[in-house]
Each structure stands twice: as structure tokens, then as C-alpha cells.
Write a protein that binds this ligand. Structure first.
Ligand code: PHB
Length: 396
């Protein structure tokens, strides 16, 4: 009985939300919630650029409908996450949310998306819980789970004979989860993490922690930082002379979109990620050319994830011929509808290579080992093929 009441309440709530959906030929309203300020600002911009590039390549339309953008700067500030996402859901009545970069903010977005049954496409934030215990049919990621690149780097480090590793990262979901993935991969190869170092997000006072690394002399260091913080960390690591004695590994975020600013300090760094700049495929070459022409900047993994978020949305919209009111006719009992089903079934023809989407809503994708050379993260090898997040706790 309780379940029935709950379902009825949910159906009523969705009905109200559905009534607000763009009708007829009105534009589809896309709410971009991204960081446009702070340490992740460049990541937010690249995601927006990538998303808009795909739309632009399709004449400014998806499934025959114009796209109208609404933007909120989330500042990578989890405490403002709920208020910010509600501006898009309740004030702007967007049809679909696209965001964000920071896992803590994305958790607030996912909660709101679940409550309102708003479509949410996550173009970066890897929070494991979103495609784990919180998984939902209306939420899908075009990026990765924090576990994925961490696990791949752990496997590679194990293969390289690393026995004693240290980790260093910001103290929030993304840092903790990528370290967990790394530890799991490394332990499979017989190594272990002897010490986990953290500092609060988005602090960049690394000196005391670098001194501790020098004292412990591990076989390798695994670091997760991104954006402005990654630029400073890689430079500080080299300035302390540690790059000469202790290999620095990381998920590719450590060197993606940052190589120009990191300069010589980053050269030769090995990282794992679901993208490499020089993947020599017509799809990647075409994408990079078009991105560079449009934005006078080099594409990076964030641009790819934004581009692919638009591809996933297009797959969903095509399934309902651009008519979102069809999605509202979904049955409350199964929470399934043609649109969200299509967003799970799609094989995404990404610049990173083709990938599929798991039942939990996360990309199943190859993880590449890359090496920083010049301004490129160059492909070296496939570290783990077709890696699926374990989706622990997802019941769907
Ligand atoms: C995250 O918070 O999930 C996150 C942020 C930046 C990255 C990767 C993951 O580059």
C-alpha cells in the first residue's frame, strides 16, 4: 500500500513537471550547471564548448528542435548545489540538466534530479554513488566513475612492480574514490598503498605533504588533482626534485587541459584515462580540428565528455522524435520510457572511441595509458579494455 501511495505521488509530481516541458516546436531547454569560476573553471568551459560543438555541427538542433541554453555557475561549491540546481529545475523549467564537474556538487544535482524526475546527463563528475546506490533511469554519465581511471592506473603500477605507493589528493568524494580504485588495482598486482595524504579542496599548499613523501621514499606516488590545482601540484612536485626519484602517476586529469601551463614539469608523466589527444582515428581527428577552429584552443577530455553528453541527449530525443511530452507518458511503476531507454542503449561514437552505457548509466570504455609529450597526452597502450564500473549498490 505504502509503495502504491509513493508511486501515485511520484506520478503526480512527474505530471506537473511534464506539463512544463517544452511543447510543439519550442526549443528544448538545456540547463548547463558547471563551474565557470575557481580551480575547475577551465573544465566547465571545455564541457560547454564540447556540448555546443555537437549541437552546432547539427545546425543548432537536436532531433529537429532548437536548443536553448540556461547557465548557472556552480563554483564547485557543494553547499550551494541544491539551490543552484533548483534555479534550473524550478525557475527555468529546463528539460534536461547537464552538469557538473565536482562530485560533491553532482551528488546534490543527482538528488534533485531523482526527486523531480528531471533528465540529468553528467559530463564529468565521477561520484561512484551516482551510478551505484543512487542510480536511476533518468541519470546517465558521458564521462567515467572515479573508480575507473584509478583502478586502471593501479593495474599499470602493479605491472611496473610498484610495491609501496603513496597517494595524495583533495579530501572529497573524487579524491577518496579514485584512491580506492587505484588501491584495488595495485593490490591485484601485489603492491599496496602505505600512506594516503590529503588536503582540503581546493587548497594548493602542498609543501608539507611533499616533504613527507620525500621522507617515506615510496616506489611511486598516485595523485588526483585537476584544473588549476593540478597545474600547481605537478610544478611543485618537480620543483621539489621528486620527479627525479619517485615516479608520479595519476588519473589523466592530472595532465589533461593543463600541459601548456605545466610546461617541462609534466613532460613524461604517465597517466590513465578514457581519452588520449593523439588517437589517430577519423572521428578524433575531425573532432579536434573542428574544436580548434571553433574555439582557438586544443580539445581535451572535458571537451570530449561535453560533446558526448550532447550525443547521448540526441539519442534520447531521437527516440521520442524531439517530443518530450512523450517521455511524460511513462509508467510510474517501471520508471522506464523510450527516451531514457534510448540513452542507455546508444553506442556512442566518441572521439575517445566507441563506448556503451552500463545498466547503471556509466560508460563502459577502454582505459588508455598515456604519456605527456609536448602539449599532448599521447596514447601508449590500452591499460584495461572495456572497463565497466562495478556499480556496487545499484539496484535497477
Ligand atoms: C570530480 O569531482 O568528480 C572530478 C573533478 C575533476 C576531474 C575529475 C573528477 O578532473
Amino acid at each position: 500500500m505504502k509503495t502504491l501511495l509513493k508511486l501515485a505521488a511520484a506520478a503526480a509530481a512527474w505530471g506537473v513537471a511534464g506539463a512544463a516541458h517544452s511543447q510543439g516546436n519550442a526549443p528544448i531547454k538545456v540547463g548547463l550547471m558547471l563551474p565557470y569560476t575557481g580551480t575547475y573553471a577551465a573544465l566547465g568551459n571545455a564541457i560547454e564548448n564540447g556540448f555546443k560543438l555537437y549541437v552546432q555541427e547539427h545546425g543548432g538542433k537536436l532531433a529537429g528542435r532548437e536548443i536553448q541554453y540556461f547557465k548557472v555557475d556552480d563554483e564547485s561549491e557543494p553547499s550551494k548545489g541544491t539551490d543552484n540546481v533548483n534555479k534550473l529545475i524550478k525557475r527555468d523549467n529546463v528539460d534536461v540538466l547537464v552538469g557538473t564537474v565536482h562530485s560533491g556538487v553532482a551528488l546534490a544535482m543527482a538528488r534533485a534530479a531523482k526527486e523531480n524526475n528531471t533528465l540529468l546527463i553528467i559530463p564529468n563528475a565521477g561520484a561512484d554513488a551516482i551510478t551505484g546506490p543512487m542510480c536511476a533511469s533518468n541519470i546517465v554519465r558521458s564521462s567515467f566513475s572515479n573508480w575507473q581511471p584509478g583502478y586502471a592506473m593501479g593495474v599499470v603500477a602493479g605491472q611496473k612492480g610498484v610495491k609501496r605507493a603513496m597517494t595524495i589528493t583533495w579530501n572529497y568524494a573524487a579524491g577518496a574514490e579514485t584512491v580506492k580504485g587505484f588501491t584495488e588495482g595495485l593490490e591485484k598486482g601485489g603492491g599496496k598503498v602505505i600512506k594516503e595524504l590529503t588536503l582540503p579542496f581546493p587548497n594548493v599548499e602542498f609543501q608539507a605533504l611533499l616533504t613527507e613523501i620525500a621522507a617515506q621514499k615510496p616506489d611511486a606516488v598516485y595523485a588526483f588533482f585537476a584544473g588549476g590545482g593540478a597545474v600547481k601540484f605537478v610544478k611543485d612536485y618537480a620543483a621539489a626534485g621528486l620527479n627525479k626519484t619517485i615516479p608520479l602517476y595519476g588519473p589523466g586529469f592530472l595532465t589533461d587541459g593543463t600541459l601548456e601551463a605545466q610546461g617541462p614539469a609534466a613532460q613524461g608523466l604517465l597517466t590513465t584515462l578514457h581519452y588520449a589527444d593523439n588517437l589517430d582515428t577519423p572521428r578524433n581527428n575531425g573532432f579536434r580540428k573542428s574544436y580548434a577552429l571553433t574555439y582557438k584552443a586544443n580539445a581535451d577530455v572535458y571537451a570530449v565528455q561535453g560533446y558526448d553528453a550532447a550525443q547521448i541527449l540526441a539519442a534520447g530525443l531521437n527516440a521520442v522524435k524531439g517530443d518530450l511530452t512523450k517521455r511524460d507518458a511513462m509508467t510510474a511503476a517501471t520508471k522506464r520510457d523510450a527516451m531514457t531507454a534510448a540513452m542507455r542503449k546508444v553506442v556512442v561514437d566518441s572521439p575517445r572511441g566507441k563506448f556503451t552505457i552500463s545498466p547503471a548509466g556509466n560508460p563502459v570504455q577502454d582505459m588508455y595509458l598515456r604519456e605527456a609529450k609536448g602539449n599532448n597526452n599521447e596514447f601508449k597502450a590500452v591499460a584495461v579494455k572495456g572497463l565497466a564500473d562495478p556499480a556496487r549498490g545499484c539496484k535497477m
